[in-house]
Design a protein around this ligand. Structure first.
Ligand SMILES: Nc1ncnc2c1ncn2[C@@H]1O[C@H](COP(=O)(O)OP(=O)(O)OP(=O)(O)O)[C@@H](O)[C@H]1O
Ligand SMILES: O=P(O)(O)OC[C@@]1(O)O[C@H](CO)[C@@H](O)[C@@H]1O
Length: 314
């Protein structure tokens, strides 16, 4: 089973503006609302691909109800803890002329100590000995920076594997607990290593270092350039097919969700092939919509996997 934890979910409000001008009055042409937050998106992917998923985290207020109602209409099992505060609304703006996407995310509702303890207990009650647990997204106010580190230790002690997809200090702390898989994007990796990475070789070296420090699989996502998958056995560059971009919001979550589904049954190479097709399919959907099985199937043959292992001397 794939269990996701979204400590800071959101209603993603996507607004379409024609020729956005900073500092001027801009009028919205169209609005759409989707349940969001990284772990929720991962659960949406897992459900679309036909696997079982449970979603945990915090929800509150009318925005929280909006998210909960959409989960109820899906096969995702809702194990969210209800908070007194209001689940955040994250603004995603698309300029219909340039296609440029701008994201403005709220900090999220404050979490109390007692709610955090309930979440920890619920996660430990839910996790078995052979699950994937996806810990992902930013932390809302009130949650300590080392929460993911703590949850990784608890979950992995039970035999299940953790996929960690976060950034900044929660990622730095989380790495100390050696999660099974991490998926930083290039910018998050550069912040982590404290320098610009100017070539694919430099990115690979940085990923190899993390792998040698104890992460079994390091997946570095590179937007339209695909992803690098670094493990002890291989270094793969997965290149996606060209698609018409509607929204890249949730592309990384789709990569993670599809990887989790396919890693339970197949090789890393086939898992990243499938996940690359899935995330390309997700960027072709508007708002925070994820992939669909038929669309993924159509793109699968167009994914290119290059084995970089032979060229790299570590
Ligand atoms: N324009 C694109 N065309 C095809 N595939 C894409 C495109 N953009 C992203 N992808 C796919 O989606 C994956 C994840 O994208 P990206 O690196 O932007 O993740 P991210 O920054 O974590 O995204 P987010 O935080 O919005 O979910 C990439 O590795 C790639 O396979
Ligand atoms: O503020 P965070 O937790 O870093 O990211 C939250 C978020 O931007 O990530 C998802 C896309 O990956 C969206 O659904 C959501 O709004």
């Amino acid at each position: 089973m794939i269990i996701t934890v979204t400590l800071n979910p959101a209603v993603d409000k996507t607004i379409y503006v024609e020729d956005f001008k900073l500092g001027n009055l801009n009028r919205i042409k169209e609005v759409r609302k989707d349940p969001g937050g990284k772990g929720i998106n991962v659960s949406k992917v897992v459900a679309k691909l036909g696997s079982k998923t449970v979603a945990l985290g915090f929800l509150g207020g009318s925005s929280g109800e909006f998210v909960a109602n959409s989960l109820n209409d899906s096969p995702i099992r809702d194990q969210f803890i209800r908070l007194e505060g209001e689940t955040r609304t994250n603004l995603k703006m698309i300029d219909t002329i340039t296609g440029q996407e701008t994201e403005i995310n709220e900090p999220g509702a404050k979490v109390k100590q007692k709610d955090l303890r309930r979440l920890e207990n619920r996660l430990l009650d839910t996790v078995g000995t052979d699950d994937f647990v996806v810990l992902t997204g930013s932390l809302p106010p009130g949650v300590p920076q080392d929460i993911y580190a703590k949850l990784i230790n608890q979950v992995q002690a039970s035999g299940s594997k953790v996929i960690l997809d976060t950034s900044g200090q929660p990622l730095v702390e989380g790495l100390k607990s050696k999660p099974y898989l991490i998926k930083p994007n290039l910018e998050e990796l550069e912040v982590l290593v404290g320098k610009k990475l100017n070539s694919l070789e430099e990115v690979i070296k940085a990923g190899q270092k993390l792998q040698q420090e104890g992460v079994t699989v390091v997946v570095i996502s590179l937007g339209a350039s695909g992803s690098l998958v670094i493990s002890k056995q291989s270094i793969l560059h997965a290149q996606p097919p060209k698609v018409e971009v509607a929204s890249t919001v949730g592309a990384g979550d789709t990569l993670v969700g599809a990887l989790a589904v396919k890693l339970t049954a197949g090789s890393l190479k086939e898992a990243i092939r499938y996940a690359t097709a899935a995330s390309a399919n997700s960027v072709a959907q508007s708002g925070t919509q994820v992939c669909n099985k038929e669309g993924v199937k159509e793109l699968l043959k167009q994914v290119n996997i290059i084995d970089k292992s032979i060229k790299i001397v570590s």
